[in-house]
Design a protein around this ligand. Structure first.
Ligand SMILES: Nc1ncnc2c1ncn2[C@@H]1O[C@H](COP(=O)(O)OP(=O)(O)O)[C@@H](O)[C@H]1O
Ligand SMILES: [Mg+2]
Length: 285
């Protein structure tokens, strides 16, 4: 019998159920920790919630994930993915900087902190462009800026929101087919890839917005790029998203708590099983 592994969560999505099933099939004991039902020793405080040596971090919330993982790591727990990986991957600006520094092709991006300077950046990036919250997922608040008038209106709206939404992350709109490619990386292997097709009347390909999934053959090119992008952040479990631009493939996002409910039936690859195997292997290391 293997040592137990842990899993932190805030919502049990189909992914978390699939991970629990995969662990059961392998007779691996998986201890579940509801992040909303625990408190932890951060400094000079005696409460010691017991944790396993290796814990899968599956919180949907970026803030919960990063902060909770940091506390566990301070106690010697190995967290997949680590708080450092999650903090960088989950912040689109930090991730873009890291990818660009490592020479991974990524869309042209500017950051601005006022409407006026955002409009100046847009003059250089050219319309249409894309505005994104630096922290967020499922395509939420990812908007096309078609021209200066609509950009101004959208930016003005953001001025009434939480300060996070006033960090204006502005990206060139990549000319691509109505799909993108997601490569699943577990450790040092690309285990599967899918195309995500945008649904009708939608340009974003997120499956949370109804995007359709199709198997994508992993080519030497996508494999190399996915591994290069993953290595920028360190060994872990990732969903590397890339677009087929006119000048080649470009990586726009590296997901650190990736969803795979649609990928398993589309590809026939047991991604949850591979993640459990990876975690068990981590216990032995
Ligand atoms: N620069 C871009 N050019 C064209 N389409 C984009 C661009 N950036 C994002 N998209 C589309 O919008 C979707 C959501 O953007 P993404 O950066 O992945 O944010 P999220 O974290 O919300 O998924 C992507 O899956 C892609 O379909
Ligand atoms: Mg995305």
């Amino acid at each position: 019998m293997n040592s137990p592994i842990g899993m932190l969560y805030d919502h049990i999505r189909p992914e978390e159920r699939l991970l629990i099933d995969a662990a059961r099939r392998r007779s691996v004991k998986i201890q579940l920790h509801n992040s909303q039902r625990l408190y932890l020793n951060a400094a000079q405080f005696n409460h010691r919630e017991p944790f396993e040596d290796v814990v899968l971090q599956r919180c949907v919330s970026y803030f919960r994930s990063v902060n909770l993982s940091a506390v566990l790591e301070s106690r010697g727990v190995k967290v997949i993915n680590s708080s450092r990986i999650s903090s960088v991957c989950g912040n689109k600006l930090l991730a873009t900087i890291a990818l660009a520094e490592a020479g991974v092709p990524t869309p042209k991006t500017a950051v601005a902190f006022s409407i006026e300077s955002a409009l100046q950046a847009l003059d250089e990036i050219k319309y249409p462009a894309v505005l994104k919250p630096i922290i967020g997922s499922w395509g939420r608040l990812v908007a096309i800026l078609k021209d200066a008038e609509s950009a101004k209106a959208i930016l003005e709206d953001r001025e009434n929101m939480f300060p996070l939404y006033q960090v204006y992350y502005i990206q060139e709109m990549v000319r691509r087919p109505p799909r993108d490619i997601r490569c699943f990386v577990v450790g040092d292997t690309v285990v599967a890839a899918i195309y995500r097709y945008a649904p009708k009347n939608e340009w974003r390909t997120n499956t949370a917005r109804g995007g359709r999934v199709e198997k994508c053959e992993v080519t030497p090119q996508t494999e190399e790029l996915a591994l290069k992008a993953a290595r920028v952040f360190g060994e872990g479990v990732y969903g590397v998203d890339m677009m087929e631009g006119e000048e080649g493939l470009t990586v726009h996002e590296v997901n650190h708590t990736t969803e795979f409910r649609n990928t398993v039936p589309a590809t026939g690859v047991d991604i949850p099983g591979l993640i459990i195997d990876y975690a068990v292997d981590m216990v032995r290391r």
